[in-house]
Design a protein around this ligand. Structure first.
Ligand code: NAG
Length: 466
């Protein structure tokens, strides 16, 4: 690893930012064409414009996404060997790069990649030209029929689907080891810009595979969750009723990350049949109130379009406002939220009751809202954790395991906080898990740059919710 070069780091991540030790690896200037830096500066100008309330003009804006993509690509391809040497260093580098807002996500991704914590060159090639296969597949052959029909509706009070049953069913990836009801099913719902496998292969897939108290499946949703959040919610709804229906009608747990939490709440609100079969909802870094940082990934919106799901995750979007109305800001099933005040994507996440992740409990179903800083404050597990870092945070992992083993909502009085708050990553996780989990956010950023179906206006609210 190379030594510190604060000047290069400052160019990459903005002047208002100092990099603490251990320092990120310097980008090799010989391998990084100057075009990378000018492209990043163009992106930076756009971000600055957004932060100051002045959007770039349309002609400038039209080049920003391709410039950013080129910059990310060049930088990722220029680095090959950087890698943190241990988990302490990995977590420290991540927290030094992904500081709280104001943030420049694309530059941060480049920094992560330069430190072996972002997509590699081969990942990048796959993202641009590859197809999603194996555990990332969006087209799975799920031949079993549920015990009772669940389509077109499981219950007369459910909203209508706009997708066919075949479309809904094929996004569910069921691993060969799935027991169809011998163990408790867990449905893993990804974050924006990811497949389920990308979001969870570094954390809950390895943690839950082979244990007696959980049986994971995951969702690989078309457009990697960047399309209309209302449609994304249809996939979650169907998966809940389908997985229960092919598992001896057992209840399921939904473990979600980011938009996965928001859309699961939408599913529970508008498809009441799901509530009867979800024992637990575990929401990691959810944005039940969207995020004031949504347009950090679309800095020139509305001059150039943005992905529907990102527009819908703006703090006061129609989607968020509609969801929260009539008790949608309260849990429908026993719910455990886990979040970090230093989330670089979803804000605000503090104070606890004002956090986007916070859910009320008007129906008395049981909610526990857990901000890692509020519970482990001052100790390692309560320091700087990112949006994705919540997935390997020791308290987050301990709470998820508590829910799965003991029933939800998660309770910190069932957790040994003296042990857990002094860990850096959850029990059972190590350096490879941190690297893979951090990669998910870089993959999401590239997907947002690449996505074809961007729009100028938020999708209309469907009739069933309007
Ligand atoms: C299934 O989940 C629902 C809703 O959380 C709950 O009321 C019900 O008791 C659960 N059933 C079983 C068998 O756990």
């Amino acid at each position: 690893m190379k030594g510190v070069n604060a000047a290069v780091a400052a160019v990459l991540i903005g002047t208002a930012f100092a990099v603490p030790a251990p320092s990120p690896v310097e980008l090799d200037k010989r391998q990084s064409p100057s075009g990378v830096f000018s492209a990043l500066n163009a992106v930076d100008t756009a971000f600055a414009g957004v932060l100051n309330g002045v959007a770039a003009d349309a002609s400038e804006a039209s080049q920003i996404f391709s410039a950013a993509l080129t910059a990310v690509e060049d930088t990722i391809k220029a680095q090959a060997t950087a890698r943190p040497s241990n988990v302490e260093q990995a977590v420290s580098v991540v927290s030094s790069i992904l500081t709280p807002q104001p943030t420049n996500l694309y530059k941060n991704i480049v920094q992560l990649a330069a430190n072996g914590l972002g997509p590699s060159a081969s990942d990048f090639n796959l993202l641009v030209v590859g197809s999603l296969v194996g555990p990332n597949s969006e087209n799975n052959l799920n031949l079993r029929s549920p015990a009772q029909p669940i389509y077109p509706k499981k219950s007369s009070t459910d909203a209508p689907y706009s997708l066919t049953e075949a479309q809904l069913r094929r996004v569910i990836y069921i691993p060969p080891a799935f027991t169809y009801g011998s163990k408790s099913p867990v449905i893993l719902v990804p974050g924006t810009g990811n497949t389920g496998y990308e979001s969870f292969s570094g954390n809950y897939i390895p943690l839950l595979t082979g244990v007696s108290y959980a049986d994971p499946v995951w969702l690989n949703i078309p457009e990697q969750f960047l399309g209309d959040a209302q449609i994304n919610s249809e996939y979650i709804t169907y998966a809940i009723n389908y997985i229960s229906g092919i598992s001896s009608s057992k209840n399921v747990t939904v473990l979600a990350w980011s938009q996965g939490g928001l859309d699961t709440q939408w599913a529970l609100k508008y498809w009441p049949s799901t509530r009867g079969v979800v024992s637990n909802f575990i929401a990691n870094s959810p944005d039940f109130h969207g995020t004031v940082l949504a347009y950090a990934v679309c800095p020139s919106f509305p001059n150039i379009p943005c992905s529907p799901a990102i527009i819908q995750q703006e703090y006061n979007s129609n989607f968020v406002t509609t969801l929260r109305r009539n008790g949608g800001d309260s849990a429908y099933v026993p719910t455990t939220t886990i979040f970090s005040s230093t989330d670089e994507i979803v804000q605000p996440q503090s104070p606890v009751t004002g956090a986007s992740a916070f859910l009320n409990d008007a129906r008395n179903v049981g909610v526990s809202n857990n901000q890692v800083q509020a519970i482990c404050g001052g100790r390692p597990a309560g320091l700087v954790y990112t949006h994705e870092g919540v997935l390997y945070n020791p308290l987050g992992v301990a709470l998820a395991m508590d829910v799965l083993r003991n029933g939800g909502p998660g309770r910190i009085d069932r957790i040994n906080l003296d042990v857990v708050c002094n860990q850096i990553v959850g029990t059972g996780l190590g350096l490879n898990n941190v690297v893979l989990t951090e990669k998910a956010i870089g993959i999401a950023a590239v997907r947002i740059l690449l996505e074809d179906n961007k729009v100028f206006d938020e999708p209309g609210i469907k009739g069933y919710a309007a």
